[in-house]
Design a protein around this ligand. Structure first.
Ligand SMILES: Nc1nc2c(ncn2[C@@H]2O[C@H](COP(=O)(O)OP(=O)(O)OP(=O)(O)O)[C@@H](O)[C@H]2O)c(=O)[nH]1
Ligand SMILES: [Mg+2]
Ligand SMILES: [Zn+2]
Length: 300
């Protein structure tokens, strides 16, 4: 049988088979003995399982399929680093912000987007709480992100607005959720999948405690797809970006960089810089440029 790993415990795995049943699984001994440079079985992995006790939903994992993509941390080891896979096969990342409460900090949104870009997943942005200011004002506030090319969704969990469009976007995908505290991430997920019953108004335990090993957990969506509970983007190591990589993570800068005279242009002081020309021509927003400069110089 084929299944997907929902969650990793210390020595067993919860695996959901295609018929929706959840099996408690061990891994076949032979697989454990193989040499590897990466986590043997991670949340999100596609696996083959064979039931050992169907009544008690116990099974054994007999094969692990190759991963299409991973969110992982590299652990330095002897010779070569070991890849700690936190989540296998993620598809997309949903960055949630609010129109108000908390007051939106666009520099922080830029920070989240840089970390999201570093993950190389598809990105979309949800602007929640439009009941506190109206969709028009929200579109005005966040319109520049649409111009850059990001997909934006506007929602109010409180008034039930825009939820269906987000639900459609999540269908059949493994989605990582990110965003500052209090913007309504848990509320939004509960609105999309009421059965999940995530706690609202309470900071998620995930992301706390630096030394505990934390794994992702997948929450199945009844329409197909999964919401991934992961440690934050910071804990995934996506927060720290080397200055020379930074321009890759601003799509509107990345777009112009190939036309710079120097391949390793920082776009700050070099001659014949296509990014500087785009900035002067008004093709890059001065506010985003300022975010780039601050991040380049290591400011939060
Ligand atoms: N006015 C309004 N309030 C909302 C909306 N969505 C959520 N809230 C409220 O915002 C507060 C925070 O919501 P949560 O869902 O806990 O926010 P979160 O993003 O999960 O926060 P953390 O778990 O701390 O990261 C709660 O009091 C919610 O009731 C909305 O659309 N409009
Ligand atoms: Mg929450
Ligand atoms: Zn340049």
């Amino acid at each position: 049988m084929h299944g997907i790993v929902l969650c990793v415990h210390s020595d067993f795995y919860d695996v959901q088979s295609d018929d929706g049943l959840v099996w408690q699984c061990k891994v076949l001994g032979r697989l454990k003995r193989e040499k590897r440079r990466s986590t043997l079985v991670a949340t999100g992995d596609h696996v083959d399982i064979e039931p050992v006790d169907s009544d008690r939903h116990m099974a054994v994992i007999t094969a692990i399929h190759p991963r299409r993509r991973t969110l992982s941390r590299l652990r330095p080891g002897r010779g070569h680093p070991f890849e700690d896979v936190i989540l296998a096969n993620p598809d997309e990342i949903m960055v949630v912000f609010a129109v108000a409460e908390p007051e939106p900090n666009l520099r922080l949104l830029d920070r989240f987007l840089v970390a999201a870009e570093a993950s190389e997943l598809e990105i979309f942005i949800v602007i929640n709480k439009i009941d506190l200011g109206g969709e028009d004002r929200a579109r005005e506030m966040f319109g520049e992100y649409e111009q850059i090319g990001y997909r934006l969704f506007f929602t109010s969990v409180k008034q039930g607005l825009g939820i269906e469009a987000v639900r459609r976007q999540l269908r059949d995908h493994i989605t990582v959720v990110a965003g500052p505290s209090g913007v309504g991430k848990s509320s939004l997920i509960n609105a999309i999948e009421p059965g999940l019953n995530l706690r609202v108004g309470e900071v998620m335990a995930i992301g706390k405690g630096r030394h505990t090993t934390r794994h992702a957990r997948l929450h199945p969506l009844s329409q197909g797809g999964y919401i991934a509970d992961t440690p934050g983007l910071r804990e995934l190591g996506l927060w720290d970006v080397r200055p020379e990589e930074l321009s890759d993570y601003f799509p509107e800068i990345r777009r112009h960089a190939p036309n710079c005279r120097f391949a390793l242009c920082t776009h700050i002081h070099e001659p014949d810089c296509a990014v500087q020309q785009a900035l002067a021509a008004g093709l890059i927003s001065p506010r985003r440029w300022d975010s780039y400069l601050r991040l380049f110089h290591g400011e939060e």
